[in-house]
Design a protein around this ligand. Structure first.
Ligand SMILES: [Zn+2]
Ligand SMILES: [Zn+2]
Length: 382
């Protein structure tokens, strides 16, 4: 059995998943024609296994695919599957349903474990401080107060370290007032609205504070408040407001420093144009994935992931769930936690599926070339 790539001579990584074929992290096989290859991670060529070593390995692979492997994606000719550390390219259509969301669900559960570990570390740090503080006479109440905060502060600080404070930087113009949005801080993520654009792709929109407050036109603001249903929180600009039965208004504006996020008079406005900023295309998908990863930084319990994936299954696919949620036009802050988790899984799954499609197309081409060679080699041997 070879251990080096026949083409580039670099060492092929071993796998511990296949007893009969412990070579390669990615293997390819064709159960009908009886071919078996180890795929080289360096040059991506397929190394055909010696004919006498194939049969038991093929049987083992077929069993792995049926019992344990998850189907990532497939075309009419090949399927890409994963089983533990092993990536399997199977020639022919696999009789399995795609469960790509499972990958991201696992990631969310793992994230929750990290988050909990961070909380424990934070609390542990304060306990140590408390022990010192008690000796120094700082008092037990100060310690308990710190303890409650520390559990939240360390994970939060870690999140800020990982993501920074800015969710998006770029340029988006409000067609009505000509103000340009240049930055979206994570703080205001709740005001973002995911919408389908003209092509059915995802777009992100944000209401324009300059149109609503900037001109000093308090009439617009008063009209907005008057139109709000009583006693429920409504979006107002990049904040929220609530009007009680007596007409008293409580407002929470999340972007007190919003002026630093826009450039006024970047373009001439047009009073007839719609108000608000819109981010589209790859930029919108990237922003949404980033904001959701930030929002769901604490991860999710397995039960939550299961509920979220049920939402995806009910919608039919990740893409249709994304579109379904986008059609409601609700801001992110109005979404239920399960919906936010489902949306994160769905948008990532969508993104990954696009990458997988590219990869599958390349793999299919490679398979055609390698199969041609394999057919010649095997004919000469038999
Ligand atoms: Zn190679
Ligand atoms: Zn505007």
């Amino acid at each position: 059995m070879f251990t080096r790539c026949l083409f580039c001579h670099r060492e092929l990584p071993a796998n511990e998943s296949l007893e009969q074929f412990p070579i390669g992290r990615r293997v390819a096989y064709d159960p009908v024609r009886g071919r078996l290859w180890a795929v080289c991670p360096s040059c991506r060529r397929w190394n055909l296994a010696p004919i006498e070593e194939r049969w038991e390995a093929l049987e083992e692979l077929e069993k792995t695919v049926q019992d344990r492997a998850r189907l990532l994606s497939q075309t009419d000719n090949i399927a890409l599957l994963r089983s533990g550390e092993l990536e399997i390219v199977r020639v022919g259509r696999a009789n399995l349903t795609e469960e790509a969301w499972w990958r991201y669900g696992t990631e969310l559960v793992r994230r929750r474990r990290t988050y909990q570990a961070l909380t424990v570390v934070g609390v542990g740090g304060v306990l140590a401080l408390m022990a010192g503080g008690l000796a120094g006479g700082a008092g037990i109440f100060g310690g308990w107060w710190l303890l409650g905060r520390a559990g939240r502060q360390l994970p939060r600080a870690t999140r800020t370290l990982k993501f920074g404070r800015t969710a998006w930087q770029g340029r988006a113009l409000c067609p009505r007032c000509g103000t340009e949005l240049v930055r979206i801080p994570f703080k205001t993520r709740g005001a973002l609205i995911a919408l389908p654009d003209d092509q059915g792709e995802l777009a992100i929109s944000l209401r324009c504070l300059n149109c609503e407050y900037g001109s000093g036109d308090h009439g617009v603001r008063a009209a907005l408040i008057a139109s709000m249903p009583a006693s429920t929180w409504s979006m107002l600009g990049t904040g929220m407001a609530r009007r009680d039965e007596k007409g008293r208004v409580t407002a929470r504006i999340w972007m007190p420093s919003w002026e630093r996020t826009v450039r006024r008079d970047a373009a001439p406005g047009n009073a007839d144009a719609p108000s608000g900023y819109r981010i589209t295309g790859v930029e919108a998908q990237h922003l949404l994935r980033r904001v959701l990863a930030f929002q769901n930084f604490a991860g999710a319990r397995e039960a939550d992931v299961r509920r979220a994936t049920t939402l995806i299954q009910q919608a039919g696919s990740a893409t249709s769930l994304t579109q379904q949620l986008a059609r409601t036009g609700r801001p992110l802050s109005d979404m239920f936690p399960t919906e936010a988790i489902a949306l994160e899984i769905a948008v990532n799954e969508d993104h990954e599926r696009r990458l997988l499609e590219l990869e599958l197309a390349a793999l299919e081409q490679r398979w055609q070339e390698e199969e041609e060679i394999a057919a010649i080699v095997d004919r000469e041997l038999t």
